[in-house]
Design a protein around this ligand. Structure first.
Ligand SMILES: [Zn+2]
Length: 535
């Protein structure tokens, strides 16, 4: 088979000793070993002159495209994927080469393992590549900005509104659903409801969200009650624009709801010690933090009850300060921590959600095809073993030949069966769960506000494996994949540039990986918290 070799090295890498020669040696060795003929070598050493790499890539692309058929070129051989795909626009064009001319990519060091994990890795790459190939960052965004500046939402209007084909008023209140939204705000503003009870109550009144998900669950209620769209504010990239659509929620009612969401003016029972019972540990001595309710009689009569949490250690080391928190302060610290999981912009979040969906969609298809192929081979091998045995029993085959051949077939059969078994572990619903958990991570703070103490404990257990409090700090040890989304280790300054390929790829891969194995119970629990909130 004929191949084209592609080697690339940047000036920085050259300084670090990663040379073109080493790459060429590795790729040529591989070609020789596989019995391939290298028809041509393309080499680019990135110099001070920018754009040289681009020219070299374009030259290779054109040449391969023009000569693939004539020279029977079947692959571009490179050292690693990042040699050809530093620029992800190029990855999209290389895919084009494969589709149009049958020229595949081959690497000396394959980064993709077989099976679902490898397919996912590649799909994550492709999803990120997609991000670069579409117009998201340029034309589309410009159009969206303009629409928002004019006072109209982009995409689907929130629940309670309807998109209509009317140039002067493209978004109108929905005659029925607007009433439901009004009811939700008015009820919640009283401070007498948790999301859970409100959800039950709306269901009992026969009010429904949408056909695929009739109940208003916590996520949906949190999303509605926190959405400033309902008071005529369009928020985009941190800026607020005045909306032109009709508003049907009263400003004072909305503000009252915000107070309740922030934990003010809530009248849902006496304080319970929701953070006690081993949920939190002392950062200094590791003891489980305990809670107490302190009641103070008020001068005007009545009692004021406050919940406090403290380290119960009475034999504290000299450097162990007093660890004592008011419940409200603890709640605020947790809220702030949970908010850190939110993506920098809604566009990134939306893209991320789509990328997870598409990455998993292909894995499912790939796994199904692979499983079918394995099952077919299994049947073939069994039939061959049967024929072999018949041949042996009828005397047509000698014992040594029978033995050798039968061992060979049995070996392959056990390999195929092991592969089938590992393939069976992968659940096609994994992608759905991954998207749900992602939605949960993006709405954590709202979900937290609207939850009762039992649910709050559950949320903390979903997101974190360990929770430490010092005298001034709270630290949640996040579980996978929340750790990666919260800490963003690929950003030195904690913010970083999300429009770069590598951070996006790392984040997406890290987020998706835990869903390939049978998901842990906390992931299933997180998935139950947040059903997908479609428009
Ligand atoms: Zn302590």
């Amino acid at each position: 088979m004929n191949v084209v070799i592609w080697a690339r090295v940047s000036s920085r890498e050259q300084r670090e000793g990663y040379s073109i020669d080493a790459q060429l040696r590795a790729t040529r060795d591989r070609a020789t070993k596989n019995g391939w003929t290298a028809v041509r070598e393309f080499v680019v050493a990135e110099s001070a002159k920018r754009g040289a790499e681009r020219l070299a890539f374009n030259e290779m692309f054109r040449w391969v495209r023009a000569n693939a058929r004539k020279d029977k070129i079947q692959a571009i051989l490179s050292h690693k994927l990042d040699r050809v795909c530093r620029n992800m626009r190029d990855a999209v064009r290389l895919q084009e080469l494969e589709d149009d001319c049958g020229v595949q990519l081959s690497f000396v060091e394959n980064q993709f393992s077989p099976g679902a994990a490898g397919a996912l890795s590649f799909n994550v790459m492709a999803a990120v590549a997609q991000y670069y190939s579409d117009n998201l960052r340029t034309e589309v965004l410009k159009g969206m900005d303009e629409k928002v500046r004019q006072g109209w939402p982009t995409g689907h209007a929130p629940f309670g509104y309807v998109n209509v084909d009317d140039r002067d008023e493209p978004v109108k209140p929905h005659p029925e659903k607007a009433k439901v939204v009004t009811r939700i705000f008015e009820l919640y503003a009283t401070g007498d409801w948790t999301f859970e009870r409100l959800s039950d109550y709306l269901a009992s009144e026969g009010l429904t969200y949408q056909p695929s998900q009739p109940r208003f669950n916590r996520t949906t209620l949190a999303y509605i009650l926190n959405n400033r769209f309902y008071v005529g504010e369009l928020v985009r990239n941190g800026r607020t624009y005045p909306g032109k659509y009709k508003v049907f929620i009263d400003r004072t009612v909305f503000d009252a709801c915000q107070d309740v969401l922030q934990g003010r003016n809530r009248r849902t029972g006496h304080p319970t010690l929701m953070f006690s019972g081993g949920l939190l540990r002392c950062a200094f001595c590791g003891r489980a933090v305990t809670g107490e309710v302190i009641c103070r009689e008020l001068a005007a009569g009545g009692v004021n009850a406050h919940a406090y949490y403290k380290c119960p250690n009475n034999n504290r080391a000299p450097n162990h300060p007093n660890v004592r928190w008011r419940e409200a302060d603890l709640d605020a610290a947790i809220t702030e921590d949970l908010q850190s999981l939110r993506m920098p912009t809604p566009e990134i979040a939306e893209w991320f959600r789509e990328a997870i969906r598409s990455a998993f969609a292909d894995v499912t298809v790939g796994e199904r095809i692979r499983k079918q192929a394995l099952a077919k081979r299994q049947a073939e091998l069994r039939a061959m073993l049967d024929r072999l045995l018949n041949g042996f029993l009828s005397g047509a085959i000698d014992e040594p030949i029978f033995k050798a051949k039968s061992d060979e077939l049995k070996n392959e059969l056990s390999r195929v069966e092991a592969d089938l078994e590992s393939a069976a572990v992968y659940d096609p619903e994994a992608g759905t769960l991954a998207v749900r958990v992602f939605d949960f991570s993006q709405n954590l703070a709202e979900c937290w506000h609207g939850s009762n103490s039992v649910q709050k404990r559950e949320i903390l257990n979903c997101v974190s494996s360990n929770r430490l409090v010092s005298d001034v700090n709270l630290a949640l040890t996040k579980r996978k994949p929340f750790d990666f989304i919260a800490e963003r280790p690929f950003f030195k300054d904690g913010r970083g540039d999300w429009t770069k390929f590598e951070p996006l790829r790392q984040a997406l891969a890290a987020f998706s990986q835990p869903f390939l194995a049978p998901p842990a119970p906390y992931l299933l629990a997180a998935g139950r918290f947040a059903l997908p909130q479609s428009a």
